[in-house]
Design a protein around this ligand. Structure first.
Ligand SMILES: NC(=O)c1ccc[n+]([C@@H]2O[C@H](COP(=O)([O-])OP(=O)(O)OC[C@H]3O[C@@H](n4cnc5c(N)ncnc54)[C@H](OP(=O)(O)O)[C@@H]3O)[C@@H](O)[C@H]2O)c1
Length: 273
């Protein structure tokens, strides 16, 4: 027996195009995500706090008239409600939201102020709550909600407690609300990624093992999948886009097929012949 038909959702298989609110589109993953959705014909309203970056994004899509931008802070309930209402007015009934808002910081517990933990919780978790509450009334029957997380929620590392905990909150919350909204044919899912390989990241972390990063285009493809009929059966899922990243430990030795010390423990491992 097949499940309920979830209504029109944009994508390469569905025929009918989608209308998405893309929150936090001014960030590192924004461009690739917007490109994938706009090129397949979806109409988008992009939000952000950076007016200059929003103007650039709008300009690069001006020829298609598929992309509108809105300078607004979606982490505040009033801003989120304004963004969702404007998006519905500009591009019609929404088919979903791609929630890119998030932030990162690291530091040992005893050197990290409580305010930094609050910032992480606000940007990584509460922003999703507030934006989702705003957008749900504008979805009909059927829709897609996509969030972004990290493998650190399952295996947190030292000095990343605030970041990992804020994303763990997001993921647990997402899996719970996925059960609430699925009755309306709405799919809430997340993409889990390691570190996106962007020019900013390469500047910040010279010498990083690029095999453990992922291209924004591959992350965008996972968004494309989750917002397509190919994901009709997935509710509350976490899609890993981890590249060749894997945890290693001196106890376990290098992963199969790799010789030498694990990355970060004296030099990169070498592929076994
Ligand atoms: N990039 C990665 O390596 C990576 C890895 C794992 C997970 N993720 C997650 O994937 C999502 C997108 O990543 P990204 O690299 O595109 O993120 P990003 O560049 O750091 O930021 C994405 C957006 O979030 C907004 N934002 C951050 N803090 C905010 C706050 N306190 N209030 C309002 N807006 C705020 C940024 O606005 P401004 O431009 O105004 O700052 C930007 O529009 C995020 O949830 C991130 O945590 C990313």
């Amino acid at each position: 027996m097949t499940g309920p038909v979830t209504g029109p959702v944009g994508g390469p298989v569905g025929g009918q195009q989608g209308a998405y609110l893309v929150t936090g589109a001014t960030g590192r993953l924004g461009e690739a995500t917007v490109r994938l959705l706009a090129e397949r014909g979806d109409r988008l309203v992009l939000t952000g706090r950076n007016a200059e970056r929003l103007a650039e994004l709008r300009k690069s899509w001006a020829a298609t008239s598929r992309v509108e931008v809105l300078e607004v802070d979606v982490t505040e309930p009033a801003g989120a409600q304004h963004a969702a209402a404007e998006a519905a007015r500009l591009i019609g009934p929404l088919t979903g939201m791609v929630h890119l808002i998030g932030t990162f910081s690291a530091g040992p517990l005893m050197l990290t102020d409580a305010a930094e933990f609050e910032d992480l919780i606000r940007a990584n978790y509460l922003s999703a709550v507030v934006a989702t509450q705003a957008v749900l009334p504008h979805l009909g029957r059927g829709g897609r909600l996509v969030y972004f997380t990290t493998p650190l929620t399952g295996e947190p590392l030292a000095a990343l407690s605030g970041y990992a905990a804020s994303k763990a909150a997001l993921v647990t919350w997402m899996r719970s609300i996925a059960h609430e909204v699925k009755r309306r044919g709405i799919h809430a899912n997340a993409v889990s990624l390691t570190i996106a390989d962007t020019p900013e990241m390469r500047r910040e972390r010279p010498g990083i093992d690029l095999d453990h990063t992922v291209s924004p285009e591959l992350v965008a493809r996972a968004v494309g999948f989750l917002t397509s009929p190919a994901a009709d059966g997935i509710y509350g899922g976490i899609i890993p886009v981890l590249g060749k990243f894997s945890y290693s430990s001196a106890l376990a030795g290098p992963p199969p097929g790799i010789t030498g010390p694990p990355p970060g423990a004296g030099g990169p491992g070498r592929e076994a012949p």
